[in-house]
Design a protein around this ligand. Structure first.
Ligand SMILES: [Zn+2]
Length: 356
């Protein structure tokens, strides 16, 4: 479990928003005139298949996997496929980009830890021509580009600030929010987010379980403009659709029904590399069906940024915002300081789950 999930915290989660203006609380009926909402997100962890090709060749006794090591071959670069799929359904999503530390930037005591080697093999730079081109295309076509805070950054405000600034420089405009790598969160993570000008975090959730443990509606840990969107379903927490598609789909359908019955803001995370059908059979089809069914059921579907901008937000003086446009343009207000709300979930060590 990524979070302690004590009952008091969950009670607060569920109560969040019930006493406020429904547009401030994030009620989908009031915010978007839809019964419920499905927020679509993709954490960009490892867009390049490198050493994993050798692993898959051995694991699946498939030497053809080694062809993926040839220059120009990169099956895990699935951005065009994801964009095409979503475009065909008329929806957009968010892609969160990561700037992980190079192994040699870590303390030598970490150098022999296999965990950090796995991270190292997936590392990428945002400033390469193909990445910059991707950011341009995502931005120009209405997708959200957000921050995937690196493994240690949940507890390092300066590092988060640097990662946000370099992503914004590459993108050419401010980012609104994002999610922490491995869903890592500490006592002050949300303070850091708010201080550096992020407007939302989408981290609370689990890579092992699905559901609405963190509530049906967005949260406001500081009772101000900073919003938290809980993660309802990460693909890794579902039955493997390659083994049992019906079981994976049944769980997705149950979550959609619960969201519809409770007027919830649900969110989903599919890592882009899992759209590689050969390596992760069934995931692409499962994601498509999830979005299609949500649309059939009347959900508002889109990226968290767009939902955030549809919501009303409290002003620093406690009054309700009057203008949606003004909210959308106020991404960098940084004078909102308050002590951390006491109900934040506190972790004394980072989440070290294998799926991020
Ligand atoms: Zn990640």
């Amino acid at each position: 479990m990524p979070d302690d999930g004590d009952s008091a915290t969950q009670r607060d989660d569920r109560d969040a928003g019930t006493s406020a203006d429904p547009r401030v609380a994030g009620d989908p009926k009031a915010v978007a005139d839809h019964e419920f909402a499905l927020l679509l997100t993709h954490d960009v962890d490892r867009p390049y298949k490198t050493i994993q090709s050798a692993y898959h060749a051995v694991e699946h006794r498939d030497p053809r996997q080694l062809l993926d090591l040839l220059p120009g071959r990169n099956p895990w670069w699935q951005f065009e496929e994801v964009m095409e799929l979503e475009d065909s359904l008329g929806v957009r999503s968010a892609f969160y980009f990561l700037r992980e530390k190079h192994l040699l930037q870590r303390s030598p005591s970490d150098w022999l830890d296999p965990f950090y080697w796995i991270e190292q093999f997936g590392r990428y730079e945002i400033e390469t021509p193909e990445m910059l081109d991707l950011l341009d295309r995502l931005h120009a076509s209405g997708w959200e580009v957000g921050l995937h805070g690196s493994y240690d950054s949940y507890d390092d405000r300066d590092r988060l600030r640097m990662e946000k600034a370099t992503l914004e420089e590459a993108l050419g405009e401010p980012v609104v929010g994002g999610r922490q790598h491995h869903l890592n969160r500490g006592a002050e993570t949300w303070d850091h987010h708010r201080d550096i000008g992020l407007r939302y975090d989408a981290s609370p959730g689990s890579s092992e379980t699905t559901g609405f443990d963190h509530g049906y509606l967005p949260r406001r840990p500081f009772d101000d403009e900073f919003v938290v969107f809980p993660l309802t379903v990460m693909e890794a927490a579902l039955p493997d659709p390659g083994d049992d598609f019906a079981a994976a789909w049944a769980e997705c359908e149950a979550l959609l029904s619960e969201a519809a019955e409770n007027g919830a803001v649900m969110s989903a995370l599919w890592h882009p590399r899992l759209f590689t059908e050969r390596d992760f059979p069934g995931q692409r089809r499962l994601y498509r069906r999830l979005v299609e069914r949500a649309l059939e059921m009347g959900a508002w579907v889109g990226p968290p940024r767009d939902y955030y901008e549809l919501m009303e937000h409290p002003e620093p003086d406690g009054g309700a915002a009057e203008s949606r446009e003004r909210n959308a343009k106020n991404h960098h207000r940084s004078d909102l300081r308050r002590p951390q709300a006491e109900d934040n979930k506190v972790k004394t060590h980072p989440n070290t789950e294998s799926t991020e």
